[in-house]
Ligand binder design. Structure first.
Ligand code: BTN
Length: 248
């Protein structure tokens, strides 16, 4: 398999707005940095085979073995009337769609940004805002073997390969991911989360689980229609808008 995400492999597979322009690097610090403050138009995509300073949520690092994953950032310029932080969920849902289709299995979404396959994290989303722009970065573990996955995270990491027992064509998967992102994003741009909520609810990993938020224990009611996580703390329901939720 000629497994590259170079423009000549990916561009012919793209049929929509997302991926125009398509920036590609063999190695870069972070694909986020290629788009933040770039002045590029809505739909611009940056992809790399390897990142030397990959960024995760809450200041964490995102590490991968070169050439094994999809490391992709997308520049969006949503209308001011939309609630921009919801974009993390929109991107997680689109990533979940693309992984379900490739793996022939059902992923779950751990609010607000993780995609889990068989209880292991296969993808993470990082949305960074700059003025009217949102750069949404997706790290998707595709062809890593068990040994190539970074140990030590609270949720065990997995890849499509570890779940399905075979390697996957990254260029086709990336093209499908961009298609799903465009479709989910356009619905969100038109109507907010309302058209996406049923699918988010159906894939909500934390729903009904015992969780800890800022040191306080409760039961996750689930993803709320406004995009937060509703948690029941001793009979009182609270909406968690951001931050870290641990479970189990
Ligand atoms: C997380 O789970 O904490 C989010 C991880 C996001 C990683 C992706 S990889 C492509 C893009 N570039 C980065 O530096 N980070 C995001």
């Amino acid at each position: 398999m000629d497994d590259s995400l170079a423009p000549k492999a990916v561009r012919p597979l793209l049929g929509g707005r997302f991926g125009d322009p398509y920036l590609y690097e063999l190695e870069t610090q972070s694909t986020q940095l290629l788009l933040l403050d770039s002045g590029l138009p809505d739909g611009a995509v940056a992809v790399a085979e390897h990142q030397t300073a990959g960024r995760g949520r809450l200041g964490r690092r995102w590490k991968e073995a070169a050439g094994t994953s999809i490391l992709c950032s997308l520049l969006l310029r949503p209308l001011a009337e939309r609630n921009h932080p919801e974009i993390s969920l929109v991107a997680a849902l689109a990533t979940s769609d693309a992984v379900d289709e490739a793996a022939g299995m059902e992923t779950e979404i751990k609010w607000p940004n993780d995609v889990l396959l068989e209880g292991r994290k296969v993808a993470g989303v990082l949305a960074e805002m700059r003025g009217d722009a949102v750069v949404v970065g997706i790290g998707l573990n595709v062809n890593q073997s068990e040994e190539q996955l970074e140990p030590g995270a609270r949720i065990p990491p997995g890849s499509l390969r570890t779940a399905t027992g075979r390697k996957h064509d990254r260029a086709h998967l990336l093209a499908r991911l961009l298609e799903r992102l465009e479709s989910r994003y356009d619905k969100w741009a038109a109507r907010g989360l309302s058209l996406l909520f049923a699918d988010l609810h159906g894939r909500d990993f934390l729903r009904g689980q015992e969780v800890t938020v800022d040191g306080e224990s409760g039961t996750a009611v689930g993803i709320h229609p406004t995009g937060g996580l509703e948690v029941d703390f001793r009979g009182e329901r609270h909406l968690v808008e951001s931050g870290e939720v641990s479970f189990g």
